[in-house]
Design a protein around this ligand. Structure first.
Ligand SMILES: NC(=O)c1ccc[n+]([C@@H]2O[C@H](COP(=O)([O-])OP(=O)(O)OC[C@H]3O[C@@H](n4cnc5c(N)ncnc54)[C@H](O)[C@@H]3O)[C@@H](O)[C@H]2O)c1
Ligand SMILES: CCCCC=O
Length: 532
């Protein structure tokens, strides 16, 4: 069992790890790339060093992986749900036992803090436990028909499912797709993001160690080309995709050619609505949790923060003070709360959004600059200071004298600097640590503005008024609405988008529907009545 990458983890620190083991996995083992000529460097975001090479799989390798998955599917799908559950529970146990090592590797590849990565790994083993629990409950119905005839339905797997993942939760996305797939009796071929390729193969090794048939969970490395080979392959029954809206559309189009089932978990630009009757301390904490986890690279983040005008000054004072105090630095240190962004291009893209926001008239209330930590080994890392883009004319339209005295920024620009709904930073998914704050006056107005987006992944509301909370939740055109908190997504709860944020669901019992199909079996107990 090639466990050397994980075995080197306990003593590993930022800037020390180099990975040379193959990152593909099929037929029950790691597989070396056939040819190295298209190798792409994978960087450690905290240092900018090369961590490993990602070599994309070509058509023959993709086919080999899919054939190996299909062979395993023939065995796995015939096992009883309870038998599959026992293997999955063992996989969950192994992940739990190795959580620190896996989390460390995730941090080195992704840049998120160790505190968050440990939480992600715990979420991962819980997701496998959860679907192991459901595996033994999968059942159909028995239906009586006239004359003693009857029918029953069988809940059957789909076959070989493909998972294509994003880079922001590399190990977790791998488990959120594979756990329900395997519980239902499918096999899975998974393609991680080329920017975060190193932990999916660890999960493949763990499934193997837990006892799945060789080939049941395969990993192929690559980018768009490899992804497209997977979506076009005739032996693939379903594609579960997590990524951006433009790529999601392509995946849907490619999958449509052979009528494959599709789940799309796409981007967002979610509203967080804070009413003046909220518990302000919780609303401030909620806004930070809605924007700055994983350096703001979270699909369901509440990046459009609508604040009722009367409480804007107090809200901004607290949010900016706490944002400025976020410790940015070495993601492997327990005290760090924000690490580097995933890549140099991503950092430049996010800083570009901040510059554009300034040009369009927004006021940078804090952050939004490249950040160079004092530790010399982090000088080449992709760090930036977390940013709040604000509005400073909130008082012009009706603030109180008390609120005015709470202003902490330059009051000269009261009438001009603003985040507005038509700004690029408010309309587009930034996928970085940038919060846009917008004032509002009435419930009716804010509901209309919150829904005025093509995205629909999540939403949130802070208020003490219970009726208003549920009224707003019902009005949100989004797959989730958090009341008086944000980014609470445990495995038991269905997660997914409305509108262009996608369709299908991950997590929760409902996901079984997306990895299985119903067969109806009709049984005659008498003679055939023929009209002919
Ligand atoms: N809704 C969710 O659950 C969720 C979760 C995480 C991330 N996201 C979204 O993901 C995006 C960020 O991730 P990203 O930058 O990796 O997204 P991306 O769309 O660039 O890439 C996602 C995956 O698709 C692959 N891919 C690219 N082109 C392809 C093609 N033509 N055919 C098949 N596969 C292809 C990539 O290699 C990668 O594995 C954000 O928009 C974010 O909101 C959504
Ligand atoms: C896997 C968790 C999804 C959160 C969005 O990026």
């Amino acid at each position: 069992m090639a466990q050397s990458t994980l075995d080197s983890m306990p003593g590993a620190s930022t800037g020390t790890v180099v990975i040379t083991e193959p990152l593909n996995f099929w037929g029950g083992k790691r597989v070396k790339p056939r040819e190295e000529k298209n190798a792409e460097p994978v960087f450690e975001p905290a240092t900018g060093r090369v961590l490993c090479q990602m070599v994309p799989c070509g058509a023959e390798e993709v086919d080999e992986a899919i054939q190996s998955a299909y062979a395993a599917y023939q065995k796995w799908s015939k096992m009883a749900g309870m038998e599959r559950a026992r293997v999955m529970l063992e996989a969950a146990r192994i992940i739990r036992e190795r959580r620190e090592k896996i989390a460390k590797l995730e941090v080195i590849n992704n840049g998120k803090t160790i505190t968050e990565a440990l939480g992600n790994i715990d979420f991962s083993w819980k997701s496998i436990e959860y679907y192991a629990g459901l595996a033994g409950t999968l059942a159909g119905q028995h239906i009586q028909l006239p004359g003693g005839a009857f029918a029953y339905s069988r809940r059957e797997p789909l076959g070989v499912c493909v998972g294509i993942g994003a880079w922001n939760f590399p190990f977790l996305i791998t488990t959120l797709k594979s756990a329900p797939a395997l519980a239902c009796g499918n096999a899975m071929v998974y393609k991680p993001s080329p920017m975060a390729p190193v932990t999916a193969v660890i999960l493949a090794e763990i499934y193997k160690e837990a006892g799945v048939p060789d080939g049941l969970f395969c990993v192929v490395q690559g980018g768009a080309e490899t992804g497209s080979l997977l979506c076009h392959h005739p032996k693939v029954a379903k594609v579960s995709f997590t990524g951006s809206v433009p790529t999601g559309k392509k995946v849907m189009e490619m999958s449509a050619k052979s009528v494959k089932q599709v789940t799309l978990e796409l981007g967002g630009k979610s509203p967080l609505i804070i009413f003046k009757d909220c518990e302000l301390e919780n609303a401030v904490k909620g806004a930070l949790m809605a924007n700055f986890l994983t350096q703001g690279q979270v699909c369901c983040n509440g990046t459009r923060v609508f604040v009722q005008r009367e409480i804007m000054p107090q809200f901004l004072e607290e949010v900016v003070k706490r944002t400025k105090a976020i410790p940015v630095g070495d993601p492997l240190l327990g005290s760090t709360r924000m690490g580097p962004l995933i890549s140099k291009p991503q950092l430049e893209k996010v800083l570009g959004f901040v510059s554009q926001a300034k040009k369009e008239g927004a006021r940078v209330l804090c952050g939004g600059d490249p950040f160079v930590p004092s530790d010399p080994k982090l000088k080449g890392g992709y760090f930036m200071s977390p940013c709040v883009l604000g509005t400073s004319n909130t008082l012009v339209n009706g603030g109180t004298a008390h609120a005015q005295s709470a202003l902490f920024f330059n009051t000269q620009s009261l009438s001009t600097d603003n985040c507005r709904d038509d700004m690029t930073c408010v309309k587009e998914e930034i996928f970085g640590p940038v919060m846009s704050v917008l004032p509002f006056d009435t419930e009716e107005e804010v509901i209309q503005r919150a829904n005025n987006t093509t995205f629909g992944l999540a939403s949130g509301v802070f208020t003490r008024d219970i009726s208003r909370a549920h009224r707003v939740a019902a009005s949100m055109e989004a797959g989730t609405c958090f009341i008086n908190n944000y980014n609470i997504n445990p495995i038991e709860l269905p997660f997914g988008g409305y509108k262009m944020s996608g369709f299908g669901r991950e997590n929760g019992q409902v996901t079984i529907e997306y990895y299985s199909q119903l067969k109806t079996v009709v049984v005659e107990m008498g003679d055939v009545e023929s009209l002919f």
